[in-house]
Design a protein around this ligand. Structure first.
Ligand code: ZN
Length: 105
């Protein structure tokens, strides 16, 4: 099956998100990307790609990392888009692109 295309958003990581990256790298004993030190990493403009997931129940939107989407689709080759669980209501979340497509039918 051909993987579908998603609209991605490229943006800078927030301070909180950078801290999470640092924590997970420390946790697994990995060096920071591009040989950054903690201080240079926190000061640098780190870009990442995201897609928007939308809840089919309460319409809540959340961003997930595009790298995660790629890993998901590799792990579940039968699926052509990721499905998640809404943080707010526990409903099903699907990519905004898929949501809009379904509503235009
Ligand atoms: Zn929801």
């Amino acid at each position: 099956m051909m993987a579908r295309n998603f609209n991605t958003i490229k943006r800078s990581l927030s301070r909180e998100e950078k801290k999470q990256v640092v924590n997970s790298h420390n946790k697994y004993g990995l060096p920071l990307p591009d040989n950054h030190t903690y201080q240079s990493f926190m000061k640098a403009d780190i870009q990442d790609e995201f897609i928007i997931m939308k809840c089919t129940k309460c319409n809540n939107e959340e961003e997930i990392q595009f790298d995660f989407v790629k890993a998901y689709l590799k792990h579940y080759p039968d699926q052509d888009y990721p499905e998640g669980i809404c943080d707010k209501c526990g409903g099903k979340t699907i990519p905004l692109d898929v949501y809009l497509e379904n509503n235009n039918k």
